[in-house]
Design a protein around this ligand. Sequence first.
Ligand code: THU
Length: 130
Amino acid sequence: MTDLDLPELEALARGVMPRAHAPYSRFHVGAAVRAASGLAYVGCNVENASFGATICAERNAIGAAIAAGEREIVAVAVHTEAETPAMPCGICRQVIQEFGAGAVIVSTTPTARKQTTLAALLPEAFVLER
Ligand code: THU
């Protein structure tokens, strides 16, 4: 089983957060995902003047992993400077489900930490059966 090394993943999420492009919300988010290979990939939120074109940090990190050839995500770390740890939004939960139904999710702020699982955040997830 892949070593999640959550402390490293949390540090990567914290390190990439300042690169967020968030001039509209001013809410900076950093994310790091651990792939089954053991490698980690980072992403930040990238906002747009057409607000609906904004992409969350988690999905950008997953996109980087997939583009590198990964297909399984085992852990996701999120870092913000919010009062309480920010959990992945609904769309990001569904995207994490696609590649990491068993993923551990951890969210940190400078003073708080919350750890959970995707299964707890997205019970009875949609699965396409044809
Ligand atoms: N955001 C994320 O990057 N991840 C989430 O899970 C929730 C929200 C971003 C999107 C937007 O740029 C800003 O936070 C405020 O919603």
